[in-house]
Design a protein around this ligand. Structure first.
Ligand code: UDP
Ligand code: MG
Length: 317
């Protein structure tokens, strides 16, 4: 794969899905921060199939300032795909993904950049605490990170979103990963490189509504676990062994009881319970295998991760 030669220092990459209400605030806070630093920059804005006027707002930014590059995806591909599109287009010596809703304050960027200038190749922004998020979301997110780190060999940093600085070597490594179902947090960690962290306070959403609900979060967690761990498959195996061992012991007992005391043909309840239990356990194990097969299916189809409908880059308006 050819690597784009870097023409700016930093590319800010922002996926946007129905974000009309935040774009002007985002623009002013971003420019204020970036222009205070002594570096060249560009901002890649990806319209991820918004159904509101997001694209018009984004194109206006591009028309006023060519450092804002706009990509419009052909439909809603999801945040991970939108982010991938942006990172593919980034021409910076480093890229920083940012949420459009200002939950990742742009004011933290100078700290990320200064760590990068000290020689780190990936700088993770870690949330010290989250505001404007429900207790349930905090608890479930905490549990998710604990679980995935127990199950996966890749250390996925706790309480780190997509907000981070990725320098060109790491970015090129990331671009060479052909995986289609992209669990970005995991991939960022998977590529390795010299990594450090900066702590920041995650703010509540500036305006508009989150595109996430619990069903989406559950699927996101499933994506993370199946992409980065084979433990669920192994659990099925171990569970199978345990049940088989139990069945063996139980079988010995039944046989010896029959030999010594004869067979009074009872045991309907225990047979029913065992059958139902095993039936359920088997279906669950098949479900787990199914999750992995579905992902293999998706990967073998090798469809593109995203499709760009139109782009507004430097030199084309
Ligand atoms: N987003 C996206 N495509 C989607 C959903 C979300 O590009 O299908 C973007 C969204 O515009 C925002 C970021 O991803 O910039 C994070 O989304 P959101 O704030 O809704 O998620 P939360 O912060 O609640 O996890
Ligand atoms: Mg958000």
């Amino acid at each position: 794969m050819t690597n784009i030669s870097s023409v700016v220092d930093v590319s800010i990459v922002i996926p946007c899905h129905n974000e009309t209400s935040v774009i002007s605030a985002l623009h002013s806070r971003l420019c204020a921060t970036m222009d205070r630093m002594d570096i060249s920059w560009e901002c890649i804005l990806i319209d991820d199939g918004s159904t509101d006027a997001t694209i018009d707002e984004l194109v206006k930014l591009h028309e006023a300032d060519e450092r804002f590059v706009v990509l419009q995806l052909s439909r809603n591909f999801g945040k991970e795909a939108a982010l991938t599109a942006g990172l593919d287009f980034a021409r910076g010596r480093a890229a920083i993904p940012l949420d459009a809703d200002l939950q990742d304050p742009p004011e933290v960027i100078p700290e990320l950049v200064s760590k990068w200038q000290q020689g780190y190749e990936i700088v993770n922004a870690v949330r010290s605490h989250r505001e404007g998020e429900t207790i349930i979301k905090k608890v479930t997110s905490h549990a998710f990170y604990r679980l995935i780190n127990k199950m996966s060999r890749v250390e996925i940093p706790y309480d780190t979103g997509d907000f981070r600085l990725i320098s060109r070597p790491a970015l090129d490594a990331l671009k060479n990963i052909p995986e289609r179902r992209r669990f970005m947090k995991g991939l960022f960690a998977w590529v390795g490189f010299k990594t450090t962290t900066v702590v920041y306070k995650r703010e509540p959403r500036f305006a508009g509504n989150t595109s996430w609900n619990y069903w989406k979060l559950w699927n996101f967690a499933l994506e993370g676990i199946t992409s980065f761990s084979q433990v669920p498959l192994q659990l099925a195996t171990y569970f199978g062994f345990a049940v088989a061992f139990g069945a063996f012991v139980y079988g010995l007992w039944i046989i010896s009881r029959t030999i010594f005391f004869g067979n009074a043909v009872n045991g309907y309840p225990s047979m029913m319970v065992t059958m139902l239990f095993l039936g359920g356990a088997q279906l669950m194990a098949i479900g787990v295998i199914g999750e992995y097969i579905a992902r293999i299916h998706d990967e073998t189809k090798a469809r593109p991760i995203y499709i760009i409908r139109q782009s507004w880059q430097q030199g084309n308006v």
